[in-house]
Ligand binder design. Structure first.
Ligand code: GLU
Length: 482
């Protein structure tokens, strides 16, 4: 039987990293099994769904390279099918009509805090009307869920209340619609977050009831409930406190391959390795090896992993990957609320290409790139006063250093190695350390104390512009020199 899995998000908010992990595990499993990966947008909750969230899900999946074999389908398009299944179960006596309001149920229960419905209408044969809901008559006994990750989980049916499958408005609710669609889509494996474990016995009961009432007699899907994602304090990732939207990670300059690699490690570990290619993930993935314990969403680990992926890119790929932050006009997308620190017309692709190799070595996130290269595209890079103050304090005589640099760079060949050697020799003449000498030169050139290696930066900026910037700084230094 062909493996058929689905990712079935409800478009009720940002695309959460936990959802992305569920999507990924389904996708990996489908690809490994040579199966089918289907996307079903569960959009039946009209009050909470927003069309823009659907776009976010689809775009994010595309960004992460999770290609879809079937869909995207809309659950709402299947509404007639859901209603027909409800009617069939009602006709088969599996559902009953219930006229109770929530307040009435609460009043009957009094201090009894047992959640759920008390079964009041179960045997009353309440006539169906515009104010009655339909509830599932949960049979006596026990429902056993076999979960590949968690083993066998037994639920006493006595604690599963007679849940509503269709509201008085006729709207068919999640558990019912989800199962009707899984059956129609011939889903063989249900892989999703552990927050759905409590729905599973209900869905299993519906599945079996439909097999009997309408056929076909389909085998239950294999269930796999993925572990919770937690933050550094071992608390469930919070939508409010933690940066949990996939788009946010893309906007910060994480690479899709690194992000996919990281997501795959949330609950699973391919032979203890951390950096694993997509092809290896696909070949090694097994549901049975996914563990139950909460998975730490470790942003520091993700950032390191991203740095490793960034360093591995070819120069051309690195340049293309950074375009959204460097040359948005020529990029295929751009991060939200982002503007380059320089005016568009000052960007110079050749200069960028010249500095890119040394920048690539030094960034973990692509969004760090603009601040590292802005000195190339700004006429007068803003001076970081604190960096300047630090560069000219202590025993460093900034005036003398800049004078020596101006004299040297006025003559020297503009080649990184040559500039390095020449700088070393005037450093010796000054009786100073190279680090101390580089500091005011770097701040004069770039406005900052950190950035790409100095000598490569000098070469890319070019003699004329270097001398102009050093001279401008020399004038400021004049007043601070001892
Ligand atoms: N629409 C459900 C959710 O987003 C999907 C549940 C499932 O995968 O069965 O949580």
């Amino acid at each position: 039987m062909t493996t058929r899995v689905r990712f079935a998000p409800s478009p009720t908010g940002l695309f959460h990293v936990g959802s992305a992990r569920s999507a990924l595990f389904n996708w990996l499993f489908a690809r490994q099994q040579g199966g089918v990966f289907l996307l079903r947008i569960e959009d039946t909750d009209a009050d909470r769904n927003r069309e823009e969230w659907v776009d976010v899900i689809i775009n994010s999946m595309q960004w992460l390279g999770m290609d879809i074999d079937e869909g995207p389908f809309r659950q709402s398009e299947n509404a007639e099918h859901h209603k027909a299944a409800v009617e069939a179960l009602y006709a088969a006596g599996v559902l009953y009509s219930c006229a109770c309001t929530g307040d009435e149920v609460q009043a009957r229960k009094g201090d009894n805090k047992t959640p759920g419905y008390d079964g009041h209408c179960r045997d009353l044969n309440v006539a169906r009307s515009a104010t009655t809901a339909l509830r599932f008559k949960v049979p006596e006994g026990m429902t056993t869920v076999h979960d590949v990750i968690r083993g066998t989980i037994e639920f006493q049916n006595a604690v599963i209340d007679d849940f509503v499958v269709a509201k008085s408005s006729g709207a068919v609710l999640y558990n019912m619609a989800n199962v009707v669609d899984d059956r129609a889509d011939r889903i063989t494996h249900v892989i999703r977050g552990e927050d759905h474990i409590s729905n599973t016995p209900k869905q299993q009961l519906i599945w079996e009831a439909l097999s009997k009432a309408t056929g076909p007699d389909l085998p239950l899907p294999v269930y796999a409930h993925l572990p919770l994602l937690v933050d550094a304090s071992r608390k469930k990732l919070s939508k409010r406190k933690d940066p949990v939207s996939v788009e946010l990670f893309r906007d910060q300059g994480f690479l899709a391959d690194a992000f996919v690699n990281f997501l795959s490690l949330l609950g699973w570990s391919p032979k203890g390795e951390e950096k694993v290619s997509r092809a290896e993930l696909i070949s090694q993935f097994t549901l049975a090896e996914v563990n139950q314990s909460p998975a730490f969403f470790d942003v520091a680990k993700l950032t390191n992993l991203n740095g490793a992926y960034v360093r591995e890119l070819s120069l051309d790929d690195f340049i293309v990957a950074t375009l959204p932050w460097i040359d948005p006009k020529n990029a295929s997308w751009s991060p939200a609320d982002f503007e380059t620190p320089w005016p568009d017309d000052r960007f110079d692709a050749e200069r960028y290409r010249a500095i890119a190799p040394v920048v690539q070595e030094r960034v973990a996130l692509l969004s760090e790139v603009p601040a590292m290269v802005d000195f190339l595209f700004l006429e007068n890079p803003p001076l970081d006063e604190a960096a300047w103050a630090k560069a000219v304090t202590g025993d460093a005589d900034a005036g003398a250093i800049l004078d020596a640099a101006i004299a040297c760079y006025g003559e020297a060949t503009f080649d990184a190695e040559v500039l390095h050697e020449k700088t070393l020799s005037f450093t010796e003449q000054l009786g100073m350390k190279l680090r101390k000498v580089q500091a005011p030169i770097r701040v004069a050139l770039t406005g900052k104390s950190v950035g790409p290696p100095l000598f490569e930066s000098l070469v890319v900026v070019g003699r004329e512009e270097v001398l102009r910037r050093l001279q401008a700084a020399r004038e400021v230094a004049g007043s601070t020199a001892p």
